[in-house]
Ligand binder design. Structure first.
Ligand SMILES: CC(C)(COP(=O)(O)OP(=O)(O)OC[C@H]1O[C@@H](n2cnc3c(N)ncnc32)[C@H](O)[C@@H]1OP(=O)(O)O)[C@@H](O)C(=O)NCCC(=O)NCCS
Length: 134
């Protein structure tokens, strides 16, 4: 039986930029090398960092985890957003996120990102399977 897990998140880009630029560890703690390279190659990197941050939080929600879990910040690195040559974002689950994904028997996932003005939004959909109730 198919089970759909969905998560959405919105990030205020201006606030995000303030927090990220105050703490030098913020970007390397949360974003993988590939994500940093992509964002830093764009004209306004924080717009893209904020979109990826929203995608990571949306994925946490879809996986059934909240960011309130103590020490969960570094866990965001295990959720990675890459992109196709067309620009379409791609989601990768690694480490703990992959483990939870395997528990939920996730076999397909999608991510979508948008930004406008001060806001960056992202949505993640995970498709998993669950046993039929007997
Ligand atoms: C994809 C598209 C709809 C983005 O819309 P937009 O209003 O300009 O921008 P938004 O802020 O809503 O969305 C930007 C996000 O869309 C996503 N995106 C980019 N290209 C995409 C695509 N082909 N398919 C799905 N999502 C895409 C990215 O995640 C991007 O954010 P990021 O760079 O931080 O990862 C628009 O660029 C478009 O129509 N593209 C058509 C394909 C195209 O012309 N590609 C050019 C490269 S060949």
């Amino acid at each position: 039986m198919i089970q759909i897990h969905q998560g959405i998140d919105i990030v205020d880009i201006t606030k995000f930029k303030k927090v990220a630029s105050r703490n030098k560890q913020f970007v390397p703690e949360i974003f993988t090398q590939r994500e940093q390279e992509y964002c830093l190659s764009r004209k306004d990197p924080y717009v893209h960092f904020a979109g990826r941050f929203a995608a990571k939080e949306a994925c946490m929600k879809a996986l059934g985890w909240g960011l309130s879990v103590t020490g969960s910040d570094h866990m965001l690195r295990d959720i990675e957003i890459d992109q196709q040559p067309s620009g379409q974002p791609l989601l990768f689950l690694n480490g703990w996120a992959l483990k939870i994904g395997q528990k939920k028997r996730i076999y397909q996932h999608t991510v979508s990102i948008s930004h406008s003005g001060h806001a960056a939004v992202a949505m993640v959909i995970l498709l998993g399977t669950k046993d039929k109730k007997k």
